[in-house]
Design a protein around this ligand. Structure first.
Ligand SMILES: Nc1ncnc2c1ncn2[C@@H]1O[C@H](COP(=O)(O)OP(=O)(O)O)[C@@H](O)[C@H]1O
Ligand SMILES: [Mg+2]
Length: 345
């Protein structure tokens, strides 16, 4: 299937200079992926793995100290091919709001506190798509109804709404102009589990209704399980695995993905959850070879020196791990038993 967004060998670093000392944070390292029309693509990984940074680059929102050193991001919107990293100024505002929506992390707190929700919708719609006030109000009411949100939220001030409702309003606001691409960063974080369900359901409904493409970032694998069609797992700025959601959960191949899934609480399972030993590395001095090797129970010599390439191990399933893609050397035994290693944590 033709991609809507293609990312080719993307490399983006934060380059800062303080007191004459340059610091480089290698947040996105040689990432290639393709996001398809009509899918919800989930970006997963622990905090600090580069999810938000990658999302910003996908949006073409690259501002210092973030710098793209290599690679490209291309949108394929209908007949148009757009270089997302060099959108001409004349096209920018049109694309940003009408074709590409963005729900940033914590955005439910940015609704204007002194304006009613209806006014925020009016401001947004009228600024980006010329309509009369009457037409705008009708459009807003129709959209709110279609999403199953109560019409009375329009008369409320943000502080009068619960966190979950505020988040749903934010998503409605971002998608009312029917963008072909919608990006959301941690849309359910800070909400409790029951409220999360409503937000997940809303995102799925918007996608099903509009047939648009969504990229959703969250560290919460439970949310991905219920929302994403495909998942890309990021570790320390690199894409280590990508597969359809079912396959990621049924047969995770990368040791890091296996840890992420094992650490997920299950509803009917009372056994103790394992958490991943250690933490992701600082990205100003990432480990050599496979960036996961210092935490990997199966580490081999080659992992310390050579970067594993992301390779297809099945149709639609890519993994960057020498255990899966063939080890040029022949040491295949784990250095430690993973279970024992986890129990000692
Ligand atoms: N403005 C910035 N300047 C320097 N480093 C940054 C900046 N923003 C994020 N980083 C670093 O980039 C890395 C990736 O961060 P981020 O993309 O926010 O990860 P995630 O969203 O997965 O938690 C982290 O090491 C973080 O400290
Ligand atoms: Mg983030």
């Amino acid at each position: 299937m033709n991609p809507v967004i293609s990312v080719d060998h993307l490399k983006a670093y934060y380059i800062t200079r303080a007191y004459g000392v340059e610091r480089t944070v290698r947040a996105v390292e040689d990432i290639s992926l393709a996001i398809r029309q009509n899918e919800i693509y989930g970006l997963a990984g622990e905090s600090g793995c580069g999810k938000s940074t990658l999302l910003k680059v996908l949006l073409g929102q690259v501002e210092p100290p973030l710098t793209v050193l290599d690679g490209s991001v291309t949108y394929h919107l209908g007949d148009e091919t757009i270089d997302a990293l060099h959108i001409p100024k004349s096209q920018l505002s049109n694309i940003r709001w009408k074709e590409v929506a963005y729900v940033p992390q914590g955005s439910m707190h940015v609704l204007n506190p002194v304006r009613r929700i209806r006014d925020s919708f009016r401001d947004y719609v009228m600024a980006h798509s010329p309509r009369s006030r009457e037409e705008t109000d009708a459009l807003v009411l129709e959209y709110i109804n279609r999403l199953g949100l109560p019409a009375r939220v329009l008369g409320a001030y943000p502080h009068q709404l619960s966190g979950g409702m505020r988040q749903r309003v934010t998503i409605a606001l971002a998608t009312i102009l029917r963008p072909r691409l919608a990006f959301a960063d941690e849309p359910t974080t800070a909400l409790d589990v029951v409220v999360q369900k409503g937000v997940i359901q809303l995102l799925r409904e918007v996608q099903a209704m509009e047939k648009n493409t969504m990229v959703v970032v969250t560290h919460d694998m439970g949310v991905h399980a219920n929302l994403a069609d495909r998942i890309g797992i990021l570790y320390a700025g690199t894409l280590v695995e990508e597969a359809p959601t079912r396959e990621i959960f049924k047969a995770p191949r990368h040791p890091y993905t296996q840890y992420l899934i094992k650490s997920l609480p299950a509803l009917d399972d009372k056994s103790e959850r394992v958490s991943i030993p250690g933490r992701p590395p600082a990205l100003d001095n990432p480990p050599s070879g496979c960036r996961f090797h210092p935490r990997c129970p199966y580490v081999m010599d080659i992992c310390k020196t050579t970067i594993p390439r992301l390779e297809a191990v099945a149709p639609s399933h890519r993994v960057a791990c020498f255990l899966e893609t063939g080890n040029p050397s022949n040491a295949t035994q784990p250095l430690q038993e993973p279970a024992a290693d986890l129990r000692s944590q």
